[in-house]
Design a protein around this ligand. Structure first.
Ligand SMILES: [Zn+2]
Length: 291
């Protein structure tokens, strides 16, 4: 399908690189919010648009049509939920400048403020989605439960999803897609410092794990979007705020080797309690309603 899409190509120049704007083909139908449940409305017309740019391996999903829909809805999550980088590239309110913001800028060229900021934060969604599509040549379902993975990125730009991908909530699924797409930049893991864990880690936040954490943090910040007229839009409820924060904490603790000291302490504190909207706003006071 991706090849047939060439007539719709819109070339966007950014810096000295050009990229295909797949986002332009899906944004009209994929960015709707339902104001009744404060979340994205997953719609068939968005799924159709996504199908026009995302190469789904239909055979692999033949017996699990509901997982195929779930996959498309996860991709819509990347498109629709506004992403805003936290101020000073902080993580969980601490550790300023921890995120190499170049991760998302890398997708389009030289690092620039404009990689992140526009009226609705949609530029980051656009970069992220375009990058995802550009590094994924096929998405297939692998029902093998004996493989201890949720997803993997294979040579030939193949993304494979396993049953345990679908047992996660939709935001950690979306974060996992970001993780896998970072592998598309030929960034792999290495053995953790404590090799007895038998696990693979990243040395810092510039790898796949960091990309998924940066996504999660930007998702939380973007969910408290304040427009110029002070209209306040809170997209995620306490349940998901806690889930996403815990996802970040677990990912950092288990899979990133060089963690700033103050962040380590914060993560241990986070582990012990549920994190609410109120708590998150204490970390990021600029997100508070101004009235
Ligand atoms: Zn990985």
């Amino acid at each position: 399908m991706k090849l047939n899409f060439s007539l719709l190509f819109l070339l966007v120049f950014s810096g000295c690189l050009s990229e295909v704007d797949y986002y332009a083909a899906v944004q009209d139908n994929c960015t709707y919010f339902s104001y009744f449940n404060y979340g994205v409305e997953y719609r068939p017309d968005c799924r159709e648009d996504l199908e026009s740019v995302i190469p789904i391996n239909e055979e692999s999903f033949a017996n699990v049509p509901e997982l195929r829909i779930s996959t498309l809805d996860t991709i819509q999550t990347l498109v629709a939920y506004p992403l805003v980088l936290p101020p000073e590239n902080r993580i969980l309110g601490v550790a300023p400048w921890s995120f190499p913001s170049a991760i998302f800028c890398l997708f389009v060229g030289p690092e620039s403020e404009t990689c992140f900021h526009d009226a609705w934060g949609t530029l980051m969604n656009q970069r992220l989605f375009n990058h995802f599509v550009s590094v994924v040549n096929s998405i297939s379902y692998n029902p093998d439960e004996s493989i201890d993975l949720a997803a993997r990125y294979l040579p030939g730009k193949k993304l494979e999803l396993f049953p345990r991908f679908f047992t996660r909530d939709i935001f950690s699924r979306a974060a996992l897609l970001v993780h896998e797409s970072r592998h598309g930049d030929t960034i792999m893991h290495e053995l953790c410092e404590d090799s007895s864990l038998g696990r693979e880690c990243d040395t810092d936040f510039s790898g796949p794990v960091g990309a998924s954490v940066l996504y999660a943090e930007s998702l939380l910040n973007g969910s408290f979007w304040i427009q110029d007229d002070n209209w306040h839009f809170e997209i995620l409820d306490d349940y998901y705020i806690n889930e996403i924060v815990k996802f970040e904490a677990r990912s950092i603790k288990n899979f990133i080797m060089n963690i700033p000291e103050e962040l380590k302490e914060k993560i241990d504190a986070i582990d012990a309690v549920p994190i609410t909207r109120q708590q998150y706003l204490e970390w990021y006071p600029h997100l508070r309603r101004q009235n």
